[in-house]
Design a protein around this ligand. Structure first.
Ligand code: GLN
Length: 243
């Protein structure tokens, strides 16, 4: 049985990010993998070492600031789970709060969790639009596509980017990096939501979660008819070819 935890579904829920959770659950169920969903709200307890897939969506600056106060006291538990291979997907605001800090456009520094070696500073304008990113996961290259909308510019320290920007802005619109990866923690600016449009990446995350439980399974392929169509539309719009 895999346990999926959606953290703060009522606070970090921008741009349909909960679709990522729905896709993770459904793609497990279609393969007959038992899976359950825990929705954990502000102040509610959870043992992260018992979770297999943790999801943090995007949120406004105010919400980001709020949830950090709830997460800081549980940081040791979260870190332990991450070191043990917990699979985490964090989008936009959720991604930013895994870094050292988020500096608002007024210059206020909101502390982050410091799990990823990166920081974010808000700019005057927002980075908005379709985005495509080349990533190398599980020894294979994939193009992730999605939509970004953030004022934060993220700069990486000693952490690997998730991928390279092919179209769009990515972490900061300057250095060509998008997102970050540490162990099985993935941070990214790609809303969309991400997993419905990138089923191969969704399966990669499912495989990582299973492998952490000692299960090496070849997931049976799914037809992904609508998913492929959605990708075609966005890749065509971006004048990119790819699978
Ligand atoms: N603080 C974030 C920003 O840079 C919030 C945006 C988001 O999560 N979509 O704008």
């Amino acid at each position: 049985m895999l346990t999926v935890c959606h953290l703060y579904p009522d606070l970090l829920n921008l741009y349909g990010d909960r679709g990522n959770v729905a896709v993770f659950l459904r793609r497990c169920q279609w393969r007959g993998i038992p899976v359950r969903l825990l929705e954990v709200r502000f102040g509610e307890s959870v043992d992260f070492t018992k979770v297999d897939f943790l999801f943090l969506g995007g949120g406004s600056d105010r919400e980001q600031q709020l949830v950090v106060t709830d997460l800081l006291p549980r940081l040791a538990n979260l870190r332990q789970a991450i070191e043990e291979g917990l699979v985490v997907l964090a989008i936009c605001g959720g991604y930013q709060l895994l870094g050292h800090y988020y500096q608002t456009v007024e210059g206020r520094k909101l502390p982050g969790l410091g799990i990823l070696d990166l920081y974010t500073e808000a700019g005057e304008d927002r980075l908005i639009g379709d985005v495509a990113v080349k990533v190398q996961v599980g020894g294979r290259s994939q193009i992730l596509c999605g939509f970004e909308n953030h004022s934060g510019r993220t700069f990486l320290g000693q952490v690997s980017p998730l991928g390279r920007v092919l179209r769009g802005f990515g972490n900061n619109g300057r250095d060509g990096t998008e997102g970050a990866r540490y162990k099985n923690v993935f941070g990214t600016y790609l809303h969309g939501p991400l997993l419905p449009k990138n089923p191969a990446f969704a399966d990669y995350l499912i495989n990582l979660a299973l492998a952490r439980r000692g299960l090496e399974i070849m997931l049976p392929p799914l037809p992904d008819v609508l998913e492929k169509k959605a990708r075609e539309v966005i890749l065509r719009r971006l004048r990119l070819r790819g699978s």
